[in-house]
Design a protein around this ligand. Structure first.
Ligand SMILES: [Zn+2]
Length: 298
């Protein structure tokens, strides 16, 4: 019996020595960033898949169960998760991850938001009523977010502070070098006019200098009718575009329809880690995004 207790206490000790932070990441890009910064100190669950519309997520029991044991929630915020997160938070009854607590991290709080309306108009069914939440398409945004997330990891797990500090410094250095490389590669994209399916790329456009001349959705989150697509096609005569962009999770039909008639390529972008076969991590996400945009110019 004494031996048994001894073994059990050893097991408990070794468990606590290798304790990992339970992280609940809302989208794949934040799971990938947390992985970069926390290495083997975190066990990360990703709530949504790359090929899922981030505006159309259901508060499934499996999400609630995962939220229950989470010590840190890493999400976009800016109302991207407004359709499911409030229910998950409430049902999880987990005080560690509620808004305002150190286990609640919203990436959008650390970057400059685009498309901030002067007047809120939710009645119209616009899923971007508050501001545009798709901040992950500008690589520069990952720098302040990584810094804030690194600090948060240290706050939650001070015993490993030096480890997180070192990983943040290393990520920041590599990421800055990658941004310089991407900006150089993307130089031919500056000033190029594009049509987008969903208003999912204002941050990418802002970064690389692409110019959005039309959207295929009448309002963000509203799929276009044939009549509406006809109108967009007609308007393109005044404002021609070089390509039609869509995120990997979206149907190819509206952009293929326009591409065929306007004689421009339809370009699918990974949008997040896992969106394409090539976008295997954060670095590959932007390598692939820029390669696909450049291919669209040819
Ligand atoms: Zn959106």
């Amino acid at each position: 019996m004494r031996n048994f207790i001894y073994i059990i206490s050893l097991l408990l000790l070794s468990n606590s020595a290798h304790a990992t932070l339970n992280v609940f990441a809302c989208e794949p890009e934040w799971a990938a960033l947390t992985q970069q910064l926390a290495g083997d100190k975190a066990s990360i669950y990703t709530a949504t898949a790359a090929l899922q519309d981030p505006h159309q997520v259901q508060a499934r029991p499996s999400l609630i169960a995962k939220a229950r044991s989470a010590q840190l929630l890493v999400c976009t915020g800016a109302e991207l998760e407004v359709g499911w997160m409030p229910v998950v938070l409430q049902e999880s009854a987990n005080s560690r991850i509620q808004p305002g607590s150190s286990g609640h991290f919203e990436a959008a709080k650390y970057v400059t938001m685009l498309e901030v309306p002067t007047r809120l108009d939710r009645a119209s069914g616009d899923v971007h009523a508050a501001r545009n939440p798709h901040i992950q398409t500008d690589a520069r945004n990952f720098l302040p977010i990584a810094e804030a997330l690194g600090k948060r990891l240290i706050e939650l797990d001070p015993a490993n502070a030096a480890y997180y500090q070192q990983r943040l410094a290393s990520f920041t250095q590599q990421w800055r070098a990658a941004i310089a490389k991407w900006e150089k590669q993307a130089a031919p994209l500056k000033g190029i006019s594009v049509i987008v399916h969903h208003k999912g790329f204002p941050y990418l456009n802002d970064w690389l200098g692409l110019v959005e001349v039309a959207e295929l959705e009448p309002k963000p989150g509203m799929e276009p009718s044939a009549a509406y697509l006809g109108k967009v096609l007609n308007d393109l005569q005044q404002h021609p575009a070089r390509m039609v962009l869509r995120a990997a999770y979206q149907s190819e039909r509206p952009s293929e329809w326009i591409a065929e008639r306007a004689h421009v390529p339809a370009v699918m972008l990974p949008y997040t880690v896992g969106g394409t076969q090539q976008a295997t991590d954060l670095f590959a996400l932007f390598d692939d995004t820029i390669a696909r945009l450049l291919a669209g110019l040819k």
